[in-house]
Design a protein around this ligand. Structure first.
Ligand code: MG
Length: 159
C-alpha cells in the first residue's frame, strides 16, 4: 500500500553562507543559515519520506544541537530516510517538491538537483519532481529573507 508523507522547511537567507538547494551549490549573494548545510529542499523531502513511514521528523534523527551534524551535507539525512524506508521493506515510489524563492533563479539548477536527490534516495531521477516558484515579492520570501520548500513522498509499504 502506498503511504503519502508531507514535508515543509524554511531557512533564513544570510550573508556569508553558501546557498545549497537539492545538493547543488548555487552562486548567490546570500546563503541559507542553519546547523547543517541548511538545504531546505532536501530537508523538506526528508520529512516527506519520514512522514510516509509514520516516523518522527528530521530533527529527531539529526538534532541541531548535535555537533556531528554541523555543516554536513544534507544528502546524509536523505540517505537515512531512505534507509528507514528500506528497513520497513518500503519502496520510495516518487517525490515531488516545490521550492519557493524570490531569488536566485532556480530553474537552471533543477536537473542537477533531481540527479542528486535521486542518488541520495537510491531511486531514479524519473521518480523525482522539483519545481520552483517565486512568492510574487510578498512576505519574507518576497523580501528575500528566506527560502522555503515543500514536498510530498509516496512510499510503498508492505501491509
Ligand atoms: Mg531545515
Amino acid at each position: 500500500m502506498v503511504h503519502v508523507g508531507i514535508g515543509y522547511d524554511v531557512h533564513q537567507l544570510t550573508a556569508g553562507r553558501k546557498l545549497v538547494l537539492g545538493g547543488v551549490e548555487i552562486p548567490h549573494t546570500k546563503g541559507l543559515d542553519g546547523h547543517s548545510d541548511a538545504d531546505a529542499l532536501m530537508h523538506a523531502i526528508c520529512d516527506a519520506v519520514l512522514g510516509a513511514l509514520g516516523e518522527e521528523d528530521i530533527g529527531h534523527f539529526f538534532p541541531n544541537t548535535d555537533p556531528r551534524w554541523k555543516g554536513v551535507p544534507s544528502r546524509i539525512f536523505l540517505e537515512e530516510a531512505a534507509k528507514q524506508a528500506a528497513r520497513r521493506g518500503g519502496k520510495i515510489v516518487n517525490v515531488d517538491a516545490t521550492l519557493i524563492a524570490q531569488a536566485p533563479k532556480i530553474y537552471p539548477h533543477i536537473a542537477e538537483m533531481k540527479k542528486r536527490i535521486a542518488a541520495a534516495l537510491g531511486v531514479s531521477e524519473k521518480q523525482i519532481g522539483v519545481k520552483a516558484t517565486t512568492n510574487e515579492l510578498m512576505g519574507f520570501i518576497g523580501r528575500e529573507e528566506g527560502i522555503a520548500a515543500m514536498a510530498v513522498a509516496g512510499v510503498d509499504l508492505p501491509e
